[in-house]
Design a protein around this ligand. Structure first.
Ligand SMILES: Nc1ncnc2c1ncn2[C@@H]1O[C@H](COP(=O)(O)OP(=O)(O)OP(=O)(O)O)[C@@H](O)[C@H]1O
Ligand SMILES: [Mg+2]
Length: 260
């Protein structure tokens, strides 16, 4: 059995494609026979909604079976896993109460490592090949927890001037996190929601390629309305419209992530 790899998708810039990338890469990995656990770390519940309908997601949020409850109780998160409708793909759902997670963490001992501790049983059991964590668009104690629990961070970036501007803050934050968790690797930056007709895409590539020591994934994800339709139907895009452009792109991205 292989070790479990924990990858988080983080960027403080909102709407950069974190949740979309986390769910679709997760599903693509599961199609390769990898056992994947998705962890929804955001009060917006988007990762949970990528697999379950609104009623079901709100039922998880109201129940005892969600990430907020697990962190609050500092429980073994194995008890909070729900199977998804897809083979090899499970989920720890989120709750809107995640909005007060910073407050919950504040008084706790070794508060940067609570999530890592709560995941340790799942990681050491090696029942999954990948744990993929979707981070909220913030940079605080909770995202610090997500980064400390991860082996790698993947940063989805939108190809816009403000998307690139936000990246500076993200790298500053990662430098701070490195001091308490030096083993965290930067898996790479993936450019999302690309409109290749816009010249700004070239500019984005030039800026990213100049950054020292930052891997940019060869695969980038172009704008595709199938993404929104698949999310409206609570399905990964590969299941919603097999072979469509974004489905192929996410398959390629997952292959790059697997090769690393
Ligand atoms: N390739 C794409 N083509 C078209 N729409 C996309 C694509 N990728 C993402 N979107 C849409 O863009 C929006 C933002 O994507 P997503 O929610 O994945 O970003 P996020 O970084 O998780 O956002 P937040 O910071 O709020 O958590 C969503 O409405 C999603 O449907
Ligand atoms: Mg999101």
């Amino acid at each position: 059995m292989h070790n479990t790899k924990v990858i988080c998708f983080a960027n403080n810039k909102g709407g950069s494609g974190k949740s979309t990338t986390c769910s679709n890469v997760g599903y693509a990995l599961s199609l390769h026979g990898k056992r994947v656990l998705l962890i929804d770390g955001d009060m917006q519940l988007n990762l949970s909604l990528s697999l379950f309908d609104e009623d079901q997601v709100l039922a998880f949020a109201r129940s005892e079976k969600n990430l907020y409850e697990g962190i609050k109780k500092q429980a073994d998160l194995a008890e909070f896993i729900v199977p998804s409708p897809f083979e090899n793909l499970d989920l720890i759902p989120s709750s809107t109460l995640m909005s007060s997670i910073e407050y919950e963490l504040f008084t706790k001992w070794q508060r940067e490592y609570i999530l890592k501790k709560c995941l340790s049983g799942i990681v050491s059991s090696r029942q999954y090949d990948y744990l993929l964590i979707d981070a909220p668009p913030t940079l605080g104690g909770w995202v610090m927890n997500i980064l400390c629990a991860s082996n790698e961070v993947v940063i989805p970036v939108e190809s816009t001037p403000w998307g690139l501007f936000g990246l500076g803050n993200m790298f500053e934050f990662l430098k701070e996190v490195e001091q308490i968790t030096p083993d965290l690797k930067l898996g790479g930056v993936v450019i999302t929601r690309v409109d290749t007709r816009k010249s700004y895409f070239r500019q984005t590539l030039d800026v990213l390629w100049e950054l020292d020591g930052v891997k940019v994934f060869d695969t980038y994800i172009r704008v595709d309305s199938s993404i929104e339709w698949s999310q409206d139907n609570h399905m990964p895009v590969m299941a919603y419209k097999k072979g469509c452009r974004s489905a192929r792109e996410y398959e390629k991205l997952a292959e790059e992530i697997m090769r690393k």
